[in-house]
Design a protein. Structure first.
Length: 265
């Protein structure tokens, strides 16, 4: 790996990716592997992780872990370092949103969203400060909902807004070792999470034909919110993540990749 003017690395080759079995995390893993890197992908479900590892033998490794569990995530960065023979990158793509209006926010959804979207990245970033090689990089997925919440996204928006400040603090702390920390904030991206039908409080899931029709309407509506007229694709977010992993003079920054949604009044 080449060095920049100040001696820091200009790229990353050994990267741990949370949420690496699907969506944006999978797209990041694929992009890094195709560029010659090696990745450890983690998530709650072993099946998708093992599929990634099988698709890229010798370059991708499954490391199942529920990052919402404090005990499970303990030492996760060190385990990834051991599997990969070193670690110079960490990408946190794991996330969870439950759209619920005030008066209907259940305790499990409240605690779970805070744990996955704020506590877990803080704790894993803490580990990364000790485990990443000098000159390494961290990238965390936030959201445009951190800047412009919906009536149903209070918990998710608060967690993602808090994450922006956590990442700035990680950037300041890691600077002494040349370890960078940055954020990518997407608009609405076409992932499995986006394809969950948003139900009204107390509503039961509709029968399949109605479910499919309503989901299509939901996706079309969400796409129309963006001035560019469509949902984002995971690969478009992966481009920004990979760039930030190797951006040797960028830290504490937020890159917004949102199809222009924050331009809307």
């Amino acid at each position: 790996m080449s060095a920049g003017p100040s001696g820091g690395k200009t790229g990353t080759r050994k990267v741990l990716i949370t949420g690496g079995g699907s969506g944006i995390g999978l797209a990041v893993a694929e992009a890094l592997v195709r560029a010659g890197g090696r990745v450890a992908v983690t998530g709650r479900r072993p099946g998708p992780l093992e599929q990634v590892a099988a698709s890229f033998p010798g370059q991708a490794f499954a490391l199942p872990c529920d990052v919402a569990s404090a005990s499970a995530r303990e030492g996760l960065l060190a385990r990834a370092r051991d599997v990969l023979g070193g670690l110079d990158g960490f990408v946190h793509c794991a996330g969870w949103v439950r759209h619920q209006p005030f008066g209907h926010i259940d305790e499990d959804a409240l605690r779970g969203q805070l744990e996955v979207n704020l506590v877990a990245p803080l704790r894993l970033g803490e580990q990364a400060l000790d485990v990443l090689e000098p000159g390494g990089g961290m990238v965390f997925l936030s959201s445009t909902l951190a800047h412009r919440p919906l009536p149903t996204s209070a918990v998710y928006s608060a967690a993602k807004a808090g994450l922006l400040q956590v990442v700035k603090a990680l950037a300041l702390t890691g600077a002494a070792r040349g370890i960078r920390a940055n954020t990518v904030s997407p608009g609405v991206v076409d992932t499995a999470m986006t394809r969950e039908l948003r139900l009204r409080p107390g509503e039961e899931p509709p029968p399949p034909p109605e479910h499919a029709a309503r989901l299509q309407e939901q996706l079309e509506f969400l796409g129309s919110l963006h001035p560019l007229g469509r949902l984002g694709q995971p690969g478009e977010l992966a481009e920004a993540v990979v760039h930030l992993l190797g951006a040797s003079w960028t830290t504490g920054a937020e890159v917004v990749v949102d199809g222009g949604i924050l331009l809307r009044e």
